[in-house]
Design a protein around this ligand. Structure first.
Ligand SMILES: [Zn+2]
Length: 456
């Protein structure tokens, strides 16, 4: 007698049978332009997404925001089981420059095992993988092993300005045990990966003002102050020669990595020499003994992004400038917050250069972190290993900033970032593409995740 197959095996078998249909649905989704920056096709794309969610067996609704709508679907037929919230975004970047595309951006084309289309990798194929897996479960077994919620945003590519407020307004609707996001590419094509957090951000400007106009440096030199010098002196009080930020209290809330996070950082299969060689460097900034992972994952930064004032054109012009400006971005690590760092840097400026004005450009972004030793992390690792055929690497924190704190802080639940895409997929660029192989691997991963969460 043949051995009885598990429900997951049946689901995976049905996915293999239904590949053509899944692909056709995905191609229809990417053929619909949905460019948030240009207000193009957003409602039309939201309608296609809602229909896909409904065809998968979810109950759907449109969540209006102050700008572009979100599409929401749920299936809550597994009382007592965990609830997973899948997040994705259906808006895409503008397709320009159009003449660099080998096939039109909104006419998806398959060449050499890849789908070419604007938005295929970022993010339509990735969140579609979740929808296809949910549909296969409901079609094959009539139910899901866990409760499922899907939230698709329509303005991620313009910075998710309404994500946090909308999530907060629908806190009960969106309550879940974990958030699972597949977006972006993996950092190293050899390994699948799970990212557990992101750095936060605060952006400020410093404005220094001298005389009411640029001055002749011969007539006024030795009399009038030079605002660029004022800024240089102030900047010099903010960072020492070992790159330690010397603003009082800046490190007060910086977490020390737990032993598990430390082990994950030390285990990263990352060739630092090769990576910095690619950008034309032979060494990192001081301190020399600080490991690469600590620089990205455990330390905040204070970066001068730009400085302007005076004359910097060709030849000589002898002036004392009347104004100067510096732009500074700070990458923050858990548990720093933009508000407390703003207070600290503002107090520092008030103490060292009270005549210089400091301006906060926006609210900034909170860092976010889910512990690598979180009890659900092993379930996610096992699902990714089955889907991609390889043990994923743990990335405790990625260096960039995403609104991940919307999940970990606003909703207060763990968040796992599991990119299904590959490094060469050209997000935001012409000829964006997605490997078909990764589509099937991603769908299998999500189908497996649903099964394993049901057993967790
Ligand atoms: Zn993007």
């Amino acid at each position: 007698m043949p051995e009885a197959t598990s429900p997951l095996d049946q689901v995976i078998a049905s996915l293999e049978t239904n590949r053509e249909r899944d692909l056709a649905d995905l191609l229809r989704l990417v053929a619909q332009p949905s460019i948030s920056a240009q207000h193009t096709g957003i409602r039309e794309c939201a309608a296609i997404e809602e229909e896909l969610l409904r065809s998968a067996g979810l109950t759907t609704q449109i969540l209006e925001t102050a700008n572009q709508p979100m599409v929401y679907g749920e299936w809550l037929g597994a009382p007592g089981k965990p609830t997973v919230l899948f997040y994705g975004h259906y808006d895409v970047q503008p397709a320009d420059p159009l003449d660099l595309w080998k096939s039109p951006p909104f006419e998806p084309t398959i060449r050499d095992g890849r789908i070419y289309a604007r938005g295929i990798a970022d993010n339509k194929a990735q969140h579609f993988s979740h929808i296809a897996a949910i549909r296969a479960w409901l079609e094959t077994t009539g139910s899901l092993p866990v409760n499922v919620k899907v939230l698709l945003e329509g303005e991620e590519e313009i910075g998710s300005p309404n994500l946090d407020a909308t999530v907060l307004a629908h806190r009960d609707l969106l309550a879940a045990d974990l958030v699972y996001t597949s977006d972006g590419p993996v950092t190293d094509d050899r390994y699948p990966e799970i990212a557990f957090g992101v750095r936060g951000m605060l952006y400020v400007e410093l404005h220094a003002t001298g005389a009411n106009r640029d001055l002749h440096s011969g007539h006024w030199g030795g009399v009038a102050p030079n605002p660029i010098w004022e800024l240089v002196r102030l900047l010099n009080t903010m960072l020492d020669d070992q790159n330690r930020i010397t603003i009082e209290g800046f490190y007060d809330n910086v977490q020390t990595p737990t032993p598990a996070a430390r082990a994950a950082m030390d285990a990263l299969p990352f060739d630092v020499g090769e990576a910095i060689g690619r950008i034309g460097l032979s060494k990192m900034v001081p301190p020399a003994d600080l490991p690469y992972a600590d620089r990205i994952m455990a330390r905040p930064t204070l970066n001068i992004a730009g400085i302007d004032g005076g004359y910097s054109g060709e030849g000589s012009k002898t002036i004392i400038p009347s104004k100067a400006r510096v732009k500074i971005d700070m990458r923050l690590v858990p548990d720093q917050t933009p508000d407390e760092i703003w207070e600290k840097i503002a107090a520092h400026v008030a103490k060292h250069a009270p005549e210089i004005e400091i301006v906060r450009l926006d609210g900034g972004m909170l860092p976010s972190y889910t512990p690598v030793e979180h009890p659900l992390a092993d379930t996610v690792r096992a699902a990714v290993e089955r889907g991609f055929g390889k043990r994923p690497i743990d990335i405790p924190l990625v260096g960039g900033s995403l609104p991940d704190a919307t999940w970990t802080k606003t909703l207060g639940i763990p968040s796992f970032l599991v990119p299904y895409g590959a490094p060469e997929q050209a997000n935001h660029a012409p000829n964006e593409s997605y490997r078909l192989e990764r589509l099937w691997q991603g769908i299998t991963t999500t189908a497996t995740l649903l099964a394993l969460l049901g057993e967790a």
